[in-house]
Design a protein around this ligand. Structure first.
Ligand SMILES: *[C@@H]1O[C@H](CO)[C@@H](O)[C@H](O)[C@H]1NC(C)=O
Ligand SMILES: *[C@@H]1O[C@H](CO)[C@@H](O)[C@H](O)[C@H]1NC(C)=O
Length: 462
């Protein structure tokens, strides 16, 4: 352990360094001096608000972590969680790939933090998520994919005014789950914006267990359940013929649930049981912060209250401390607590049916490289659906396989399987990973992230 004196001297040096390297006075106000319970680190952190609509006073909250070493030479990476309505701060930064994880009263270092490779920007979006807010509560109504993408674009434009040194930096967007909508939709707007004024240097997007095409993604769940022993042969038959999952969800959100779908889904819920984490069918425990990321992908289970087998939510406890909120320059507006996934925003549920796989094709045609990766223990958006979609897109674009389907290595073990098409479109699984891959397989996820940024195929050997 450091002696106190040494610690204070080191802190003074950090402050000095920070003062001399921060180029923009706008960003200086957002600089985080120290998060409560944080270990001593040598990189800078910022957080605060960017107003995306002056009239309606809509403000999005971000948390920005500069790269551990030599941030000037490293790319800028935006991370988005899904839901819709879940927080990139609570899920992404504090449970998955950020520099710290809450542990009781303190924060501990994450040895596989993605800021080893990049400058990481976590955004709570749309308004109503986490610390993001609108003062006029009518702004929470009628939020949909289109509004979200537009607000996200304005956020990026204005964030770059605060951090002009990142303006023409290599830029990547990463995220998971419903971010399979957010990311391609935002990327398309960025490409269109660039045609007027070249602001973004977008190089690639990485989509983790993403919703890309409703029917293919959702209907791969039946086989996943069945092959992992979560449902019986007879229920599998019903779940694929009498009423499949896409039909169930579609009826559910139109409030027109048919008796047959109601019966089939009742059977599925009973057999899978409430005690298995759908986001990782092999994981024993669940953690609320990483659990609830698919509001529209998994409507409430039938048959009574969900029984909570989850462990105490350290992230929610940490982010609801007043000293923590003040260190983050965060405010609670119109809500009493920071929640990992928020219900106050009224997101259009039927937007889940908008296919975004075609937008992914558009990105590839625009020269943006795309990685679709799957935690292979996730039943919510199983790897099989994503793999089918990627393969189909490659065919449609006439992209030949440039790396044949093969294993890749992370550490000394097989990290998963991968295939690359036309050196621009990649698919990869992460072995033993949940819906939130960097949460359950941090080391393998970091290997994947690094290869993605470098535009290199995943390691073929250890
Ligand atoms: C799912 O059900 C819908 C509606 O019955 C049907 O059109 C679709 O082909 C089914 N998909 C699969 C993969 O079974
Ligand atoms: C892909 O492979 C096919 C068949 O081998 C070949 O005819 C075609 O030219 C290849 N396309 C590209 C873009 O390399």
């Amino acid at each position: 352990m450091y002696s106190q004196t040494w610690k204070y001297m080191a802190m003074a040096v950090v402050v000095l360094l920070q003062l001399t390297t921060a180029e923009s006075s706008l960003s200086l106000a957002d600089r985080i001096t120290m998060l409560p319970g944080q270990p001593l680190v040598w990189f800078q952190q910022f957080s605060g608000y960017v107003t995306v609509d002056d009239k309606k006073q809509k403000s999005l909250f971000y948390y920005f972590v500069e790269a551990e070493v030599d941030p000037v030479s490293k790319p800028l990476v935006l991370w988005l969680n899904g839901g819709p309505g879940c927080s990139s701060l609570g899920v992404g930064a504090f449970s998955e790939n950020g520099p710290f994880r809450p542990n009781g009263l303190v924060l501990v270092r994450n040895d596989y933090s993605w800021n080893k490779e990049a400058n990481m920007l976590y955004l709570e979006t749309p308004v109503g998520v986490g610390f993001s807010y609108a003062t006029d509560s009518s702004s929470y109504e009628g939020i949909n994919d289109e509004v979200t993408a537009r607000d996200n674009l304005v956020f990026l434009q204005r964030w770059l005014l605060k951090f002009p040194q990142y303006s023409h930096r290599d830029f990547f967007i990463t995220g998971e789950s419903y971010a399979g909508h957010y990311i391609p939709q935002l990327a398309k707007l960025m490409i269109e914006f660039n045609q007027k004024e070249k602001l973004f240097n977008l190089k690639g997007v990485a989509l983790g267990n993403p919703v890309l095409e409703f029917a293919t993604d959702f209907n791969s769940r039946a086989e996943f359940f069945w092959s992992h022993g979560l449902i019986s042969d007879s229920t599998y038959k019903l779940f694929t013929s009498a009423c499949n999952y896409s039909r169930y969800v579609s009826e559910y959100y139109r409030s027109s649930l048919s008796p047959v779908c109601s019966k089939v889904y009742g059977l599925v819920t009973r057999e899978t049981s409430r005690f298995v984490d759908n986001y990782d069918v092999t994981l024993d425990v669940c953690i609320p912060s990483v659990l609830s990321q698919s509001k529209f992908i998994s409507p409430p289970q039938v048959g009574g209250q969900r029984i909570d087998v989850c462990i105490d939510d350290e992230t929610a406890n940490y982010l609801n401390r007043q000293d923590v909120q003040s260190a983050f320059h965060a405010r609670l507006v119109g809500v009493r607590r920071w929640e990992v996934c928020n219900d106050i925003l009224d997101y259009e549920p039927l937007d889940v049916e908008i296919p975004t796989i075609s937008l992914v094709g558009y990105l590839i045609k625009s020269g943006i490289r795309v990685l679709v990766y799957s935690g292979d223990q996730d039943s919510v958006i199983p790897l099989t659906g994503s793999r089918t979609l990627v393969h189909g897109l490659a065919n449609q674009l006439g992209l030949n396989s440039t790396v044949p389907y093969r294993v890749w290595f992370g550490g000394q073990q097989v990290g998963g399987w991968t295939q690359v098409y036309g050196n621009i479109l990649s698919f990869a699984t992460i072995r033993g990973a949940s819906h939130e891959a960097p949460f359950s397989q941090p080391e393998r996820s970091l290997v994947l992230f690094k290869s993605f940024l470098q535009g290199m195929p995943l390691p073929e050997m250890f």
